[in-house]
Design a protein around this ligand. Structure first.
Ligand SMILES: [Zn+2]
Length: 283
């Protein structure tokens, strides 16, 4: 427990520091990452901590990828749009809560699978956003299926969808790999339910990511800055001026949507494994 806590603090702190230096996180985001990493490692060890940090590291890498090309495409790609603690909590907070729940109350495989599903949603959304926006084809609105500008909230593209599928499958695969290594070290076999992890994460992460796009296209509070002639995801535009609300619920921010999506992604992953395990027994 103390060894795991130290490992989580050191690895999470190192990744937070790198994130801050590469302008991916604010100091508060780096601190939140360190604390959540420490919590997850301390609660359940490296088999839970490693997938968490891998997901955040991959988000950091894709956020930096062609950053200057993405910058004009909207507020969330601007240099100032580093992730602070609310943005970080919105993405990996539910996964951290599940890790704590597993350690303190319910050490079941279902919670473990939900944890990976929540992480898969965060990875899918990040990869889809950061890569999808670079698509040569303009994306379509999930709602009207009309072509919209790249970076438009709730827009989806083929490239973004492929990125979401890849990210969520890889998250599940990372979870399975950690379980397999841990079992091998203990000279035991991997539990059968974990073999479904890549597929469950694929389904959960993609469902969460699509819900994210759907809510972004419908319910999210969206603003318009007349001065810059640009849409904005927050009342305060990046130019420092106040933007006017044009649709959605003001209280439903991008962070709120990310949190809701990770809860749903986790539930879909568990449901998928329950259904698959039951179906496969009948074969
Ligand atoms: Zn502006």
């Amino acid at each position: 427990m103390v060894k795991n806590l130290a490992l989580g603090l050191i690895l999470g702190g190192a990744l937070g520091f790198i994130g801050q230096r590469t302008r991916f996180l604010t100091w508060s985001g780096a601190l939140a990452l360190t604390l959540m990493s420490a919590l997850v490692f301390a609660a359940n060890g490296w088999t839970w901590g490693a997938p968490l940090l891998l997901v955040v590291a991959s988000e950091n890498i894709w956020a930096r990828y062609r950053a200057s090309r993405k910058e004009p495409l909207g507020d969330r790609f601007r240099q100032g749009a580093r992730r602070g603690w609310p943005a970080l909590f919105a993405r990996i907070g539910w996964a951290s809560v599940l890790a704590l729940l597993y350690a303190l109350a319910a050490p079941t495989k279902g919670i473990h699978i939900a944890f990976i599903g929540a992480l898969a949603t965060a990875a899918a959304d990040s990869w889809a956003t950061e890569l999808g926006v670079l698509s040569a084809q303009p994306p379509r609105s999930l709602l009207t299926w009309r072509r919209v500008k790249a970076g438009h909230e709730g827009a989806i593209s083929v490239l973004g969808l492929v990125a979401a599928l890849g990210a969520s499958w890889l998250t599940g695969f990372a979870g399975l790999l950690c379980q397999a290594i841990a079992s091998w070290l203990q000279r035991s076999l991997v539990e059968r339910a974990f073999l479904w992890l890549p597929l469950a994460a694929l389904l959960g992460g993609t469902a969460g990511c699509l819900l994210d796009s759907f809510l972004g296209a419908t319910a999210q509070g969206i603003y318009y800055c007349e001065h810059c002639n640009e849409r904005s995801e927050s009342r305060l535009h990046s130019c420092g001026r106040e933007a006017e609300q044009i649709r959605g619920w003001a209280w439903l921010t991008n962070d709120g949507i990310n949190f809701v999506s990770s809860v749903v992604g986790a539930a879909v992953a568990v449901g998928a494994v329950a259904w698959l395990a039951q179906t496969s027994l009948r074969w």
